[in-house]
Design a protein around this ligand. Structure first.
Ligand code: F6R
Length: 365
């Protein structure tokens, strides 16, 4: 049932090229246009929407962070992304002019479901991005966008995350098209980028041995720090969550520029730092941050784009990701981060598919 893989997690990591194709192909027609039959929102409704909430937990929340960036940029409406258990008990500004997007692999997460019900009660429209057909969240939302990742068995979420990223990009593009807020150039740039992802993920999976080497360098660590800026910080958070939940090593993700405001005090000789440096306009800033931690003795594994080989002068080990627009880098960056988490956990003898204290579907609040 594990298809020759040692664990479901590894199998699901390797299923990502197909999962991404399956998310995309029903929604991109032969004329290379995005057509989402799943979402029936009209231009009139969209014009009324003055605030979007993206609500989720854990990995799904990390995917939601990309939705915020894309919707704010291309649909030109303010977006609040929050974890469901915080959102519910805070001050919420929800009315008929609010759109809520809930993201949940299982479609059963208690806090996310409660957020959906709260939004509906106040008259908001709710779009669910979920992987499970017929799940409670899918039944209660106004529109359901399935990620079509196939069943995810391992507790640590992998293919759900990458397909959630792709789904949120499609939803943002669709909304921007309906509203007329995206240029032809941006639209085709993103669509072409999406179409290339599946092959690019496949090419990254072939770098497994390189990631294994990196895992050997860090698997005995007590603390591991992840740094990035912008979208790279969001994927850093996902990488840190993945590693901590299955290896039990304390991992923390930090916005790279925030390090010097406290956390850098924890960097000692040999402390591993995973630096994600794939946002073109933030690259130089990231290189400076890597130098800062190197100067304190950190062992740095960097993720960088092909073409930025000069990073080898600063980082101890580099994993390159292929050419991709900045908005879609997370789909690629997360692949080595997932593999790194997996191999570190295996090297530590952990129960990868069933980490202690965790459940696949969290139906308690
Ligand atoms: C981490 C992980 C969890 C889930 C979270 C939300 O690998 O799997 O953080 O992402 O419990 O679950 P869903 O998406 O089912 O609502």
């Amino acid at each position: 049932e594990k298809g020759g893989y040692d664990h479901f997690m590894l199998k699901e990591i390797y299923e990502q090229p197909k999962a991404i194709r399956d998310t995309l192909s029903p929604r991109v027609n032969n004329e290379n246009e995005i057509r989402l039959d799943d979402i029936s929102i009209t231009k009139e409704e969209l014009d009324r929407i003055n605030r979007v909430y993206i609500i989720a937990c854990g990995t799904a929340y990390h995917a939601g962070l990309l939705g915020k960036i894309l919707i704010e940029k291309y649909v030109n409406v303010p977006v609040i992304a929050d974890v469901a258990s915080e959102f519910r008990y805070g001050n919420t500004f929800i009315d008929e002019n609010t759109l809520m997007i809930v993201v949940s692999q299982s479609g059963e997460t208690a806090d996310t479901l409660a957020a959906l019900r709260l939004a509906k009660e106040k008259g908001a429209r709710v779009i669910a991005v979920t992987n499970v057909v017929g799940s409670t969240i899918s039944r209660e939302a106004d529109d359901v966008f399935y990620t079509w990742a196939g069943p995810e068995i391992a507790v640590a979420s992998t293919k759900a995350y990458t397909t959630q990223l792709v789904s949120l990009a499609l939803i943002a593009m669709q909304m921007a098209t309906i509203k007329g807020t995206i240029t032809e150039e941006d639209y085709s740039g993103i669509l072409n980028g999406l179409n290339k992802l599946s092959k690019q993920v496949k090419s990254l999976l072939e770098k497994e041995d390189l990631v294994k080497e990196a895992a050997k360098e860090i698997y005995n660590a007590e603390h591991i720090f992840y740094i990035g800026r912008g979208i790279d910080y969001d994927v850093a958070r996902e990488g840190a969550l993945k590693l901590k939940e299955i290896s039990y090593i304390h991992c923390e993700a930090m916005p790279a520029g925030e390090l010097k405001h406290g956390t850098i005090a924890l960097i000692e000789e040999g402390t591993p730092v995973i630096a994600v440096a794939t946002q073109e306009h933030l690259y130089e800033k990231m290189v400076s941050n890597i130098k800062e931690v190197k100067a304190r003795g950190a062992y740095v594994i960097a993720l960088a784009k092909e073409g930025n080989e000069d990073i080898e002068e600063t980082a101890d080990s580099v994993i390159y990701i292929p050419e991709v627009i900045d908005e879609l880098t997370s789909v690629l960056n997360v692949i080595p981060l997932q593999l790194l988490a997996y191999y570190v956990a295996v090297m530590r003898g952990c129960d990868v598919d069933k980490p202690r204290n965790l459940a696949k579907s969290v139906t308690v609040e």
